[in-house]
Each structure stands twice: as C-alpha cells, then as structure tokens.
Design a protein around this ligand. Structure first.
Ligand code: DC
Length: 229
C-alpha cells in the first residue's frame, strides 16, 4: 500500500451549497472528525457582538482572540459549538451573527488566529474540514479538495426550507439577497477570499441528492486510495 499523507478532506464553497450536510455525512461514513470552520467564525463574531467590540481590526480584537476559546464537540448527528465552554450551537445561527460574520471574517487578525487553530486540528489527519479557504489557505496540501457549488436559487430554497423549521419569517427572496450579499463579501475580500483551489474537484449539487453528493466524495476518497472499497 502506498504511503499516503494524512487524510484531510477540504470542502469549500458558498453558503447553502451543501457543505455541512456533506461534511457531516462523509465524516460519519468514514469515521472522520467533522470540522465546520464557519461555525468557528460565527462563534468569534458572537463573542465580539456580546462584548460590544465593533468589527474593525484593533487591539481589542487581538486581545479577545488571545483569551477566548472555541471548541467543536461531535454529537450524534450534530456538532456542538462551545464558546468559552458555553454551548452556542443555535445562537450562532441567528440573524445578528449571520449579518456580521462576513465582516468579522474579513479581518486579517481574526483569520490568522483561526487558521492557526484549524491547522492544529488538521495536522492530526482523519478530518473533513469545511469552509471557504480550506483547500487554498488552511490545508493547501490536503490530498482531497472539493469545491461545492449550486445555483443561488437552489441554495436560497434549501436555506428557506431549513429556516421554516425555526419559523423566523424570513422568506426565500430575503434569504436569496442575504446569500448573494455574503457570496460577494466572502469572495471579494482581500484576505483569503473564497475560491476553488486549482486542484479541487468541483461538484455542482444543484441537481444532486444528499446521498448523491456524499457518494461522490466517498468515491473520490476511495479512488485516491484511502479506504478499501
Ligand atoms: O459556512 P457559514 O455560512 O457558517 O460561514 C459563515 C461565514 O464565515 C461566511 O460568510 C464566511 C466565513 N468563513 C470564512 O471566511 N472562512 C471559512 N473557512 C469559513 C467561513
């Protein structure tokens, strides 16, 4: 058997493309750790919101990043997000956090700190890490890189369906506008913009079922020699 580098599956792509669902299911099927880096940026955003620190680069943010902790704890089918030990898994999905997270994640200091945390996790291997810059910046040597895409309308429809469970009244058009705004902010920022790595496999999930997209990733992992078929 070939001497393979540690298994890191990097999954990048815009919101609503199916990253979390795919990452969670691939991790579950292959017995890997699932790391949602967007949740980490959201937790830091929540901390800054709670402490009234405006999202501008500065000493206050530098200090905060030195003290706060964000832990991802795998549950049955979810990932619990702990901010300084407090479970904020639901709270980080609220509109105030979603509205600010692109701005916070565009800050150089924030990215440096989080990329350092993420690399420490990825070094151990056996991980599926999802985000916007995993294949390009966090783990440029990842042996498997996927860039998930889907049409904006499909992504908005998926989000609206998820949100209807929470009955927060946001309609599909509002969600579509919010996704488009975030896409632009995330892909045009100066530091580590969302992008597909040149060696990433692009997977359009517009017409794929969840099983279809998970199968496609697992197939790729096998083709690269990681698990017996
Ligand atoms: O995946 P998500 O929608 O929960 O991510 C929230 C925000 O975090 C997203 O708008 C961009 C940012 N993000 C990032 O800049 N880099 C990552 N690796 C992951 C997320």
């Amino acid at each position: 058997m070939k001497n393979l580098p540690p298994l890191v599956i990097a999954i990048d792509g815009p919101a609503g493309a199916g990253k979390s669902t795919t990452a969670r299911e691939v991790a579950s099927r292959l017995g890997l750790l699932w790391v949602d880096t967007g949740a980490m940026y959201r937790a830091v955003t929540l901390w800054l919101l709670r402490h009234g620190i405006a999202p501008v680069a500065g000493e206050a943010i530098e200090e905060a990043l030195g003290t706060l902790t964000v832990d991802l704890v795998p549950g049955e089918s979810t990932l619990r997000v702990l901010l300084c030990g407090e479970d904020v898994s639901q709270r980080i999905r609220d509109d105030d956090v979603t509205g600010l997270v692109s701005q916070v994640s565009s800050l150089r200091q924030v990215r440096h700190a989080l990329v350092r945390w993420q690399r420490r996790i990825a070094e151990r291997g056996n991980v599926v890490m999802e985000g916007r810059d995993i294949g390009t910046v966090v783990c440029p040597d990842a042996p498997i890189k996927i860039f998930l895409e889907a049409s904006l309308a499909t992504r908005a429809r998926r989000r609206a369906r998820e949100r209807s469970r929470h009955a927060d009244g946001l309609d599909e058009r509002q969600i579509l506008r919010e996704l488009a705004r975030r896409d632009t902010a995330d892909s045009t920022r100066e530091v580590a913009p969302m992008a597909a790595a040149t060696d990433a496999v692009r997977l359009d999930t517009t017409n794929l079922s969840i099983t279809g997209q998970v199968d496609a990733v697992v197939r790729l992992v096998r083709e690269r020699g990681y698990v017996s078929s």
